[in-house]
Design a binder for this molecule. Structure first.
Ligand code: PEP
Length: 253
């Protein structure tokens, strides 16, 4: 049985004061005794502050990316050992905003993923197709290619220590959500693909859905057999909507 997981991707939002209030609100309202884990991924600069606030809680702390190197002349990057030192258990890799706005390739994403695994930071690997690709009937090919880059670099076993997030690009930050059936179809495909290499890994790996998840649509998405929770952008910036999504995941686990 897979535990549910809901992770907030705060992207480039917040001030130290708004972050303090958001974390306080999450800690105060987190549902107890449910089979769901919650996590937050603040911008790097807020990680030490959030780590301190989360001390003694079950809420997971994550980063929004991770370097493909451990240290050295890599201006602007933050490495897995640094994230680890500041208490990060998770790191998003391959977010479509990184792929599309910053030109991150499958190869670079695989190297970032590998570094996270190597240092015991659990990568949340984001994969998903653009609208154009979906309309051309290429959805499965696109996610297969993105997954193959990871499998070829890090191997199927690495997924014992990772999370996958299926995030159709056309649903991210657009208010347009995949229907539960559309999302389930891709999640099942991903699991099937992994099962061809290792059925245990395929059965155990958490596959989150991301793309305009909110308090109103979370329940029906999380009710699908292969959807194990969500990676949430906009709706994770408000205490009430984030908590409602966590609650919905807890009820569907
Ligand atoms: C995301 O950024 O991963 C995301 C899913 O954003 P949103 O929920 O705002 O679509």
């Amino acid at each position: 049985m897979r535990r549910s997981l809901v992770v907030g991707n705060w992207k480039m939002n917040g001030t130290s004061e708004s972050v303090r209030q958001l974390v306080d609100g999450i800690l105060a309202g987190l549902p107890q005794g449910k089979a769901v884990d919650a996590g937050v991924c603040p911008p790097y600069v807020f990680i030490p502050q959030v780590a301190q606030q989360l001390q003694g809680s079950q809420v997971l702390l994550g980063a929004q990316n991770v370097a493909d190197q451990d240290s050295g002349a890599f201006t602007g990057e933050v490495s897995a050992p640094m994230l680890k030192e500041f208490g990060c258990q998770l790191a998003i890799v391959g977010h479509s905003e990184r792929r599309m706005k910053y030109g991150e390739s499958d190869a670079l994403i695989a190297a970032r993923y590998q570094k996270a695994i190597e240092h015991g930071v659990r990568p949340i690997l984001c994969i998903g197709e653009t609208l154009e690709q979906r309309e051309a009937g290429q959805t499965f090919d696109v996610v297969d290619e993105q997954l193959d880059a990871i499998l070829n670099q890090a191997g199927i076993d690495s997924l014992r220590h990772a999370v996958i997030a299926y995030e159709p690009v056309w649903a991210i930050g657009t208010g347009r959500t995949a229907t539960p059936d559309q999302a389930q179809e891709v999640h099942a495909h991903i699991r099937q693909k992994l099962a061809a290499q290792d059925s245990t890994v395929a059965e155990q790996v958490q596959i989150l859905y991301g793309g305009s998840v909110n308090a109103d649509n979370a329940s029906e998405l999380f009710a699908m057999a292969d959807i194990d929770g969500g990676l949430v952008g906009g709706a994770s910036l408000k205490v009430d909507s984030f908590l409602a999504i966590v609650q919905a995941a807890g009820e569907n686990s």
